[in-house]
Design a protein around this ligand. Structure first.
Ligand SMILES: [Zn+2]
Length: 209
């Protein structure tokens, strides 16, 4: 459900002007308000507008607040910042993640200490096929995670997605190195091999390179 807000038309306003001002496609405003050519507008008229702050945070285009209070998401402990980022990614692929491993989870040898601190999670892949897995990895990347699919062939006991919330201040140094590897198109494993799949990241995450 897209949240709505409203805009009150001012003298001289046109749909294209309002669209430019609010940085949204004017045609979506016309559609939402049942306006058609020649798109008459009267000062004082109230237009429905898709809620921008909501859609931006859903897409992960703004950095989430540095809130490190503990919470549970997808069945495991994470901090609130990570939970917000996971919800942004979940909204993109319209699904809910089940976590195989959360953050602040000490002593898991297979994870080389990456999950000991904040911002690092594993997502169970369950019945998802390769195409769905790729879509989830890309959604996580677009919302500010350094994320990779991990496979049995790589030596893991089960197929999963490992993801590090870029910029997390409670992240272990070993996981920070994975974030650096991510920005360098590597896989972040011991041999740090090249990963040629797309590595998109939101603009806010670049300062954590
Ligand atoms: Zn992991």
């Amino acid at each position: 459900m897209i949240k709505m807000s409203t805009y009150v038309v001012r003298p001289g306003d046109t749909l294209t002007k309002i669209g430019r001002l609010l940085k949204i496609d004017w045609k979506s405003i016309a559609h939402l308000n049942d306006l058609s050519d020649p798109y008459p507008l009267l000062p004082g008229q109230i237009l429905e507008i898709p809620d921008l702050s909501g859609s931006r945070s859903r897409n992960g285009e703004e950095e989430p607040a540095h809130d490190y209070s503990r919470t549970v998401h997808g069945g495991k402990t994470v901090n609130t910042r990570t939970a917000v980022m996971l919800r942004n990614a979940e909204a993109l692929v319209k699904t809910h993640f089940t976590l195989a491993q959360g953050s602040y989870n000490r002593g898991v040898a297979a994870s080389a200490g990456t999950h000991d601190g904040g911002g690092v999670i594993d997502i169970s892949l369950g019945a998802w096929d390769n195409k769905q897995t790729t879509a989830i990895v890309q959604a996580l990347r677009r919302t500010g995670f350094a994320a990779w699919e991990r496979t049995v062939a790589q030596g893991f006991s089960s197929r999963h997605i490992h993801a590090c919330a870029i910029g997390d201040r409670e992240m272990m140094p070993v996981a920070r190195h994975q974030v650096t590897a991510y920005f360098n198109y590597r896989d972040g494993l011991a041999r740090n091999r090249e990963d040629t799949t797309p590595h998109p990241f939101p603009a806010w995450s670049e300062k954590y390179r």
